[in-house]
Design a protein around this ligand. Structure first.
Ligand code: SME
Length: 158
């Protein structure tokens, strides 16, 4: 496909995901390179939703290590059970944080981040990374985001 994204201008979040999903699929289908696919998925999500930060952390040994992302510079390494990312890894499930200041142990890579969602990526039933999305506004993520982002990350083959 052409390397330009069709952006849907609407406040309907599900419609935005539905517009984005086939485009991301087209971008990464047939491309075996993990870094390229993570990078394009992060870029596509950032372009459609204009979130503050969108990116991946990948499990390397006993830590999550920063992977492809869009947004300001971020913490490089996160331990198991640390912050929202390390907690989603440990609990092996999506975590939605409406107010990061109310999340015990939240890692503030930027003081501008106010709410967050972290979605684990699985390979053979084992967490091998997480997708982390941050917003500058409170309470920006819900079950709609969880549902669509969980579907999107399944497109990534490790
Ligand atoms: N806030 C995350 C750290 C990663 S940055 O937001 C990019 C956390 O608590 O795990």
């Amino acid at each position: 496909m052409a390397e330009d994204l069709k952006i849907l201008h609407t406040t309907d979040k599900a419609a935005q995901y539905q517009s984005l999903q086939p485009q991301i699929e087209a971008l990464i289908t047939g491309e075996p390179d993990l870094t390229a696919n993570l990078a394009n998925m992060a870029a596509a999500l950032k372009e459609q939703f204009k979130w503050f930060w969108v990116g991946f952390y990948l499990v390397k040994g006993n830590e999550l290590v920063l992977g492809p992302f869009q947004g300001p510079v971020a913490c490089t390494r996160i331990g198991l059970g640390r912050g929202v990312c390390g907690s989603a890894w440990q609990q092996q499930k999506t975590l939605i944080v409406p107010d990061v200041e109310a999340f015990p142990g939240h890692i503030a890579c930027s003081s501008l981040s106010r709410s967050e969602i972290v979605v684990p990526l699985f390979k053979d039933g084992v967490v091998c990374g997480v997708l982390d999305v941050d917003s500058e506004e409170l309470d920006q993520f819900d079950e709609i985001d969880a549902q669509y982002l969980e579907e999107l990350v399944k497109l990534i083959q490790f």
